[in-house]
Design a protein around this ligand. Structure first.
Ligand SMILES: [Zn+2]
Ligand SMILES: [Zn+2]
Length: 382
């Protein structure tokens, strides 16, 4: 017998996150999703997030309390929906300032929320859990924070005439925060800027495929296994964002034709930037720079203003020329640990570079780590 049986509990949608269903159910009882979990399944062997690998005992307790078959809940488990999912790529930072995060980091589409609201009530679908930039159904930006305030708390569901997802700080319904479609800065829509945006959309679809465990097309390379695809992204994000000189990093040299603003990244610590933990705008900057680096020269020229300003092709060799010594050591260590980390031709290009570190990698790494530890603020490592 279940401890509790709720008098009213909504049924989950077929494509709904378990945390979203918990949140909607909890809102009926003036609770949040986590409080409801504690109440209905207090002894379950609980992992941090209910959306993936939900404990079978907990699933049974939650389902019984809501008078549902446990299978109905287990079908929504992301590990079941996407058996090849690289779960380490699901965003999981908690409580970053200015971002409305909880036990699960979300990137929602306001138009998807509005559609769901119009047809019964807002909920969050499975895609919301992935580290995406855009909604590929509506061709708009995803958001991970209220745009009216700087929330400290994760968004929550509330009941009015219909269920709403609102900012927990200012109360604004998040479905109403629409109207931002990706477009070039300066209102300049040209065939080139349209092409650059389409290239970014296509690349993000490939990133999504790789995260779901499928082969995906890496620009300038071709179809590669998901593990290699994601390793290239991880490593290039490091090369682009680790400290260089005085409060500078390589990402600042990639001015996209398509994205608002230009990154101004001034790291002062040697700390990895993790793609999946970045905001949608940051992910867009990073992917746009990575297409520029990997794609054939004509595509690359369209992705960044750099060449138009009379400068050279921003390819992999250009990046390695200017990257910090620390990031080259990091890359050499990664290659030494896993010779198959990058696709063959890309790895050969990196290893053929004059600055490539071939000898004494362990010693270099130890010296570098010692230098970082010695300086309180490990910047300016050339
Ligand atoms: Zn959408
Ligand atoms: Zn707000």
């Amino acid at each position: 017998m279940p401890r509790v049986e709720l008098p009213v509990a909504p049924r989950p949608h077929e494509d709904e996150l378990i945390s979203s269903w918990l949140g909607r159910t909890a809102a009926l009882y003036d609770l949040d999703g986590e409080q409801l979990r504690q109440w209905l399944a207090p002894h379950a062997d609980r992992l941090a997030r209910p959306d993936i690998a939900l404990d079978a005992v907990e699933a049974a307790q939650l389902a019984a309390a809501c008078r549902m078959a446990p299978a109905r809940l287990q079908e929504l488990d992301l590990a079941r929906v996407w058996p090849g999912l690289k779960s380490e790529w699901l965003p999981q930072t908690a409580g970053h300032q200015k971002r409305a995060l909880s036990h699960i980091d979300l990137a929602w589409c306001a138009m998807c929320l509005a559609e769901a609201h119009a047809t019964g009530g807002a909920y969050l679908d499975h895609e919301t859990a992935l580290p995406l930039i855009f909604c590929h159904r509506h061709h708009v930006w995803r958001h991970d924070s209220c745009r009216r305030c700087q929330p400290r708390k994760p968004p929550r569901f509330v009941y009015g005439a219909r269920v709403e997802l609102v900012c927990a700080d200012c109360g604004a319904p998040l479905r109403l925060q629409q109207g931002i479609t990706p477009r070039p800065p300066y209102n300049e829509v040209t065939p080139q800027s349209r092409f650059a945006l389409d290239a970014l959309f296509a690349f993000e679809r490939a990133v999504r495929r790789a995260i779901l465990g499928h082969y995906a097309v890496l620009p300038g390379v071709g179809a590669v296994p998901p593990r290699q695809f994601l390793s290239v992204i991880t490593d290039l994000v490091w090369l682009l964002t680790t400290p260089l000189g005085n409060y500078d990093s390589m990402i600042n040299l990639f001015a996209s034709r398509t994205l608002p603003f230009t990154p101004n990244h001034a790291p002062w610590k040697w700390e990895p930037l993790v793609y999946s933990e970045c905001s949608p705008l940051w992910r867009a900057w990073l992917l746009s720079a990575i297409v520029t680096i990997l794609a054939a020269e004509p595509v690359s020229h369209i992705m960044s203003w750099h060449v138009l300003r009379g400068r050279t092709h921003q390819n992999l060799e250009w990046l390695l020329d200017r990257a910090s010594r620390g990031s080259l050591i990091y890359l050499a260590v990664n290659f030494a640990q896993d010779a198959d980390r990058w696709p063959h031709e890309l790895r050969e290009r990196a290893q053929a570079h004059p600055k490539w570190i071939r000898d004494e990698i362990k010693g270099e790494k130890a010296a570098f780590d010692a230098m970082c530890a010695e300086r309180n603020r490990p910047v300016g490592i050339e």
